[in-house]
Design a protein. Structure first.
Length: 273
């Protein structure tokens, strides 16, 4: 089962998140039938999306993360809510380089104007991209080690990683200790990266925890069925009827779950009643 473990370390001066997202990534591969290049980028973004969503405070909160390659040659997008329902998609050309492109994050906390942050992508490494975003757009010193590993068939054998962020009162000793722990995790090799998130946490970080430990469970789940009535309403009954008369049906495609919703004139009439 995928899981996210969150706590504070170093006397409550550093936040720690350990993620395991293998099932998320494999479900995305199953739905979208992506090649390994696109799966690697999408898998990293799904892990990032789960991480950002896990920090949302309000039940109505949500986030979206989009990467676009230079000159628009390829894109991938991930969306998640505070219940950790995560979904995403990548187009076929997204397996190429992202350098020179952009990362955009939209975060809705549920009680204020959505926060929008954008940064230029200077690396194809998802960990580097996440660190750059937080450093530039939110001014939060962040260390990220996000991994996706695949077998010869293109299936994901492990996805997840570790994210650390310095809190405002972090002192030099806390920064040094957190840095040492981060390097210890990265240098532990494939055995640690391919291990269960609980065992990673216990073997590397547990003795330095200073706050409550929270374990939560992300899942790949699209909310398009719930939002489809809003989509239809935004188009309007008259326009939908016109499309039906011209084309025989109204077809709406959800990129996140790769599903088509098909409506005939009778269904549309009933929906607006």
């Amino acid at each position: 089962m995928d899981k996210i473990i969150r706590t504070l370390i170093c006397n409550d001066r550093v936040s720690l998140t350990v993620l395991q997202t293998t099932e998320l990534v494999n479900e995305a591969i199953r739905i979208h039938k992506t090649n390994v290049g696109a799966s690697r980028i999408l898998g990293g973004l799904l892990t990032c999306g789960a991480y950002v969503a896990s920090s949302l405070k309000e039940e109505s909160g949500g986030i979206s993360i989009t990467v676009k390659a230079k000159d628009g040659d390829g894109a991938a997008s991930v969306s998640s809510d505070s219940q950790l329902n995560v979904r995403g998609y990548a187009d076929g050309s997204c397996g190429s380089t992202l350098v020179g492109g952009s990362l955009t994050v939209v975060r809705e906390d549920g009680y204020s104007t959505p926060f929008n942050g954008t940064c230029e992508i200077e690396s194809d490494n998802i960990s580097d991209i996440l660190e750059t975003y937080y450093g530039q757009s939110e001014q939060i010193p962040t260390a990220a080690a996000i991994y996706t590993e695949f077998d010869g068939s293109g299936a994901c054998v492990w996805a997840g990683g570790v994210v650390m962020q310095l809190l405002p009162d972090a002192d030099e000793q806390s920064i040094q200790t957190a840095g040492d722990l981060f390097e210890r995790y990265k240098n532990s090799g494939a055995k640690s990266r391919a291990d269960d998130a609980r065992r990673i946490y216990k073997s590397v970080f547990a003795s330095f925890a200073s706050g409550d430990v929270t374990e939560i469970y992300p899942q790949y789940k699209c909310n398009c069925a719930r939002k489809m009535p809003q989509v239809l309403a935004s188009v309007g009954k008259a326009e939908l009827i016109k499309i039906c008369e011209e084309q025989g049906e109204v077809r709406v495609h959800c990129h996140y779950c790769n599903r088509d919703y098909i409506y005939d004139k009778e269904t549309i009439e009933g929906a607006f009643k």
